[in-house]
Design a protein around this ligand. Structure first.
Ligand SMILES: NC(=O)N[C@@H](O)C(=O)O
Length: 317
């Protein structure tokens, strides 16, 4: 049975998906020449070289795939897998006023469902479940969707991870999180090897942890529950793929629009279901209006509007 946790009622506005806004959760993969991000927000593009006899630009290492199944309790090795997810458009419910808290992401008016021209529409997407893959990154690559597709887009909904100590208050039993192997037999040399200054080298800095060579955004997120108060929702265009960092809490992919999107999904997996994917059901407080809800504003063509964060000046993607 999946674990559940109590959920506050919060309405979350949609943000533009850019590498800088998404960096704590993973990577946005896109051709920098076609980025939607305002110039001031763009990060330096990945290193590029000329390839294919000068007819191609090759961007190097556009996302980092991480396999940390060696830390899984089962010790069952993982292999790289590519699956295809054909994700149907989600049902949205009509907007109605609510006493839900506004999310901390953006200065939003919960009841404002018109843009300046009075022709935008607000609908609501309920988020009843989150999941994570503690030992692997997971990359969603949409196929057959263009940057300018106005009728079909996808939402990337993510939450930071609470510290493990805060998570214990939310649930009677700890969430299922495989823990790294604890080496029971440590030699005297192992024990002194972590002492600082080192008795062997006189080194004063702490020894590097297994993940210290990784960019902070790529490090595993820890065992805690999702930080629902800081959940965020980003709208992606067809020219963007997205990698969730290992252990990043995220909603199952949410397609908005007319037709399904085919995604090729690249990750590692070892076939042990609790190590490959962990779900948590969000249970709204019985006295609350609703649970976690993304406000999906769209213009008259169905294009999702950005209402918070970078490019939120009623920007139309
Ligand atoms: N993100 C999503 O839609 N689904 C997965 O992460 C999965 O592995 O089921």
């Amino acid at each position: 049975m999946p674990t559940s946790m109590p959920s506050p009622s919060i309405r979350i506005p949609v943000e533009l998906l850019t590498q800088s806004s998404f960096s704590q959760f993973g990577t946005v993969i896109e051709n920098p020449a076609h980025s939607n991000a305002p110039l001031s927000q763009r990060l330096p593009p990945p290193a590029a070289v000329s390839a294919n006899q000068g007819t191609a630009i090759k961007f190097i290492d556009v996302t980092h795939m991480l396999n940390i199944y060696s830390l899984a309790p089962s010790k069952k090795p993982a292999r790289a897998v590519m699956n295809m997810f054909v994700c149907a458009p989600r049902d949205l419910r009509p907007h109605e006023p609510s006493s839900s808290m506004p999310s901390s992401w953006g200065d939003i008016d919960l009841d404002d469902d018109d843009d300046d021209d009075g022709n935008s529409d607000r609908e609501l997407f309920d988020v009843p479940v989150l999941e994570r893959h503690p030992f692997t990154t997971q990359t969603f690559v949409p196929m057959g969707l263009s940057q300018s597709d106005r009728h079909t887009q996808y939402l990337v909904i993510v939450a930071p991870t609470l510290p493990a100590s805060a998570s214990r208050r939310h649930t009677d039993r700890p969430p299922p999180y495989p823990t790294p192997e604890i080496r029971k037999e440590r030699s005297i040399k192992d024990i002194f090897a972590r002492a600082r200054p080192s008795p062997f080298t006189n080194e004063a800095a702490p020894p590097p942890s297994q993940f210290s060579r990784l960019n902070p955004s790529q490090r595993p997120k820890g065992p805690g529950l999702p930080d629902l108060k800081n959940m965020r929702a980003f709208v992606a265009t067809g020219n963007q793929a997205v990698t969730y960092g290992a252990g990043t809490w995220h909603a199952p992919m949410a397609v908005i629009g007319d037709r399904p999107i085919d995604f090729v999904v690249v990750q590692f997996a070892n076939g042990v279901s609790i190590e490959d994917c962990q779900e948590i059901i969000l249970k709204p407080d019985p006295k609350a209006d609703e649970g976690m809800v993304v406000m999906v504003d769209s213009d008259s063509s169905g294009k999702v509007l950005v209402k918070a964060g970078v490019g939120s000046v009623k920007a139309k993607l």
